[in-house]
Design a protein. Structure first.
Length: 406
């Protein structure tokens, strides 16, 4: 009997993306999609009052007056863990990873800088210089690593590995830029006493680093103290997470350094708990009484345009110019259409964009809600269009069969 070639069933083809949720790096990104949808449903359902009370109701038990509601505990406290993981990842990549050489840094840094600058310019152009809205210029400048990598993960190995690596490194450099933007442009009045105390804690951590102390607990205790000092200094408390991570030494008792062990231990908690909780607390927007006039208002329109148009133009133009001028080659085995698709995926700005919007329009709930609408629209359009372009432009026949189909 001639050998039969197994063909995937229609059922498997249809549900392959669903299986990807459980067996690939798509899971964290799809979880964020589900969380955003759940938050929107909660904010526009009979449970809207409970949703509002859960995150903005007073917490009488809090020992820190500034953190009087659960929403602030999440944004100022829990998100410090996310920023700590970002700092660990940046340090590892910069010292011994994909950003460890000047040559490997060229294209990601250039693409990330252009991918932050052009969206900001698009935003400014759309809002037309309105003073109150100008504070949101950095909202469309951020790329969400988990979301973007999740959408890319749905493609299986249709997309060349070089593009995955490129997207990851651009997103990492983008995170560095976003942290610097938060520290430089979204900082309240500085309290020098608390800032000096923060500096003293950082010095203590650097001394432990210099002494090559390889125990976790001294760094963790000092990181908590640093967070409290930064919280009271006027600088946003989450910056403490990045600074503390950069003080962790690249030493260890075995093949894994402390940075790697901490990152591997905390990354799942960050991806599957911290960021989803943050997303659920921040993505809900009440749409009652809101029509197309509000959705197409300058603020949401500027953010959506910055994410979808600005990101793809900035990143694609930077890669094209770098390749043609010989500054840095484009990712290996990637067609220009595939590079364009990945450039569009960089317009997914969920986590960091939501975070920056809260800093840009503190206390102005109407503007925050409009910003959320722009973020969700821009991210959704970028995800759908980017995925469609990459799905239709697969140029790797050997990889055409998804790894999620048995």
């Amino acid at each position: 009997m001639p050998e039969m070639t197994e063909r995937p069933s229609a059922f498997r083809l249809v549900f392959a993306p669903v299986r990807a949720l459980f067996v690939s790096d798509a899971s964290a990104g799809i979880l964020l999609i589900l969380v955003a949808a759940a938050a929107m449903l909660a904010a526009n359902s009979p449970l809207a009052g409970e949703y509002e009370q859960l995150f903005y109701g007073k917490l009488p038990w809090t020992p820190i007056p500034k953190l009087y509601d659960l929403h602030l505990w999440i944004n100022d406290g829990l998100m410090a863990v996310f920023f700590f993981v970002v700092g660990l990842e940046v340090k590892r990549e910069w010292i011994e990873g994909q950003l460890s050489t000047a040559h490997s840094r060229r294209l990601p840094i250039l693409a990330a800088v252009a991918g932050m600058a052009i969206p900001a310019l698009v935003y400014v152009g759309v809002v037309g210089g309105e003073g109150e809205l100008m504070r949101g210029w950095a909202i469309p400048a951020a790329t969400d690593i988990a979301f973007a990598m999740g959408v890319l993960g749905l493609l299986g190995n249709r997309c060349p590995a070089s593009l995955r690596l490129f997207l990851l490194t651009v997103a990492i450099v983008d995170d560095i830029g976003a942290v610097l933007v938060i520290a430089l442009f979204y900082t309240a009045n500085i309290k020098l006493g608390w800032l000096a105390a923060s500096g003293a804690v950082v010095v203590a951590m650097l001394v432990l680093n210099k002494m090559r102390v390889a125990r976790f607990w001294p760094y963790i205790l000092l990181a908590i103290v640093l967070w409290y000092c930064v919280l009271n200094s006027g600088i946003h408390a989450t910056i403490a997470g990045v600074v503390a991570a950069l003080c962790i030494p690249m030493v260890g008792p075995d093949d894994q350094t402390m940075v790697e062990r901490m990152e591997h231990g905390l990354a799942p908690w960050s991806a599957y708990l911290v960021v989803p909780v943050f997303g659920f607390a921040n993505a809900g927007v009440p749409l009652a009484g809101m029509g197309m006039e509000q959705i197409l208002a300058p603020l949401p329109l500027a953010i959506a345009a910055g994410l979808f148009l600005g990101k793809q133009v900035g990143i694609f133009a930077a890669i094209f110019a770098a390749d043609k001028l010989g500054f840095a080659p484009r990712p290996d085995e990637a067609s220009w259409t595939e590079i364009w698709g990945v450039s569009i995926l960089c317009g997914i700005g969920f986590t960091m964009s939501l975070f920056i919007s809260g800093l840009a329009f503190t206390g102005q709930q109407l503007l925050i809600n409009e910003a959320k609408i722009g973020i969700l629209l821009g991210s959704l359009i970028s995800a759908v269009v980017g995925y469609a372009i990459l799905r239709m432009s697969a140029t790797h026949p050997d990889d055409a069969r998804s790894p999620y189909i048995d």
